[in-house]
Write a protein that binds this ligand. Structure first.
Ligand code: NAP
Length: 308
């Protein structure tokens, strides 16, 4: 088995996983990076990144590709893998996927987060028929049409700005008056005449018209009044949930499912590390994900050195 055992298996190829790959490979480790989607994670569906130092402005897909190419130049092995569990055998771990099991001396969990659903009537049935979680993927379908964006965080405001450049009108539906988004983004959105607001408002239902989204019923949470907004597209940005259900029982998670770790990115299981948005932390950004990835890989190296 010694020949087939990786030094480091990274689960997830977002900015955290890819940076761990770069650091691991540069340290001479035999690295496998598994991903079930496209390399880049959430960056792939981000229109523009403006806060990753060194790049005043770069598209999410371009930054993803640059990071991926970096890992490939250094010889990180990249493979498709939908991981459903890890077994801890102390000196080695088994990372299980539907098609194959992989053995590694160390593992870094960098599975990130997935977009949250609103769980209101019409959402399921109209997803892909007007309801989307990715403006950069689907925005072009709504050229010169009216759309809504739901949420008040960075994603909602930034993607609303992107949609305002394509569509006729964007209405941001947010459940309170204050936004979580950075002030610079809020100010830009406020200065954009194509962006309107429905504040203190929640979505009651998404309504079909000829099998596609036609309108959205919103309720004002202060007055309880409801009204229908006509829109052919709805982009939902109501937050994220960590992708950790497959690690429950082995890895210590917080109440919301985020992985608990110390400053060295060590989880409760020796040899298993964590990096990126999936970790319990304050600031979830590309730059903090890459930082986590570097620290996790460095400590995976130390762990392996300590084994000998
Ligand atoms: P987020 O910051 O968690 O914001 C989610 C928004 O959805 C909040 O405004 C929240 O309202 C609202 N919301 C949550 N559940 C809801 C529900 N059931 N009904 C109605 N509204 C609901 O999520 P995000 O915007 O996806 O961002 C995720 C992380 O990535 C954040 O840490 C963010 O800073 C980061 N990010 C950063 C950038 C950047 O730096 N440029 C860009 C994108 C994302 P409340 O405010 O009332 O809770």
């Amino acid at each position: 088995m010694e020949n087939n055992i990786y030094d480091l298996i990274i689960i997830g190829a977002g900015p955290a996983g890819m940076t761990a790959g770069v650091y691991g490979a540069r340290a001479g480790l035999k690295v496998l990076m598994l991903e079930k989607g496209a390399p880049g994670g959430q960056m792939v569906t981000t229109f523009e990144v403006e806060n990753y130092t060194g790049f005043e402005q770069i598209s999410g897909p371009d930054l993803s590709m640059k990071m991926f190419e970096h890992t490939q130049k250094l010889g990180v092995k990249y493979a498709y893998g939908d991981v459903y569990g890890i077994e801890d055998h102390k000196t080695y771990k088994v990372v299980k996927t539907e098609t194959e099991n992989h053995q590694g001396k160390t593992v870094i969990i960098a599975t990130g987060t997935l977009t949250r659903k609103l769980n209101v009537p019409g959402e399921e049935e109209l997803s892909g028929r007007g309801i989307s979680w990715c403006a950069i993927c689907d925005g072009a379908f709504y050229r010169n049409k009216d759309v809504v964006v739901v949420g008040g965080g960075n994603s909602a405001i930034e993607e609303a700005m992107y949609l305002a450049g394509i569509t006729n009108k964007v209405t941001i539906i947010h459940r309170r008056q204050e936004f979580r988004a950075d002030k610079i983004s809020q100010d830009r959105a406020k200065a954009n005449p194509k962006i309107k607001y429905e504040l203190d408002a929640v979505v009651e239902s998404f309504n079909a018209n000829n099998g596609k989204l036609g309108s959205i019923t919103v309720k004002n949470v202060k007055t309880n009044e409801t009204k229908d907004l006509l829109a052919e597209g709805a982009f939902l940005y109501v937050g994220q949930d960590p992708v950790t259900s497959m690690f429950k029982g082995l890895i210590n998670l917080d109440q919301r499912g985020y992985v608990l770790a110390n400053v060295n990115m060590e989880t409760n299981v020796p040899g298993i590390f964590v990096a990126g948005d999936v970790r319990q932390k304050e600031l979830r950004q590309i730059i903090t994900a890459t930082s986590d990835g570097a620290i996790a890989a460095q400590n995976a190296l130390k762990f392996i050195e300590g084994m000998h």
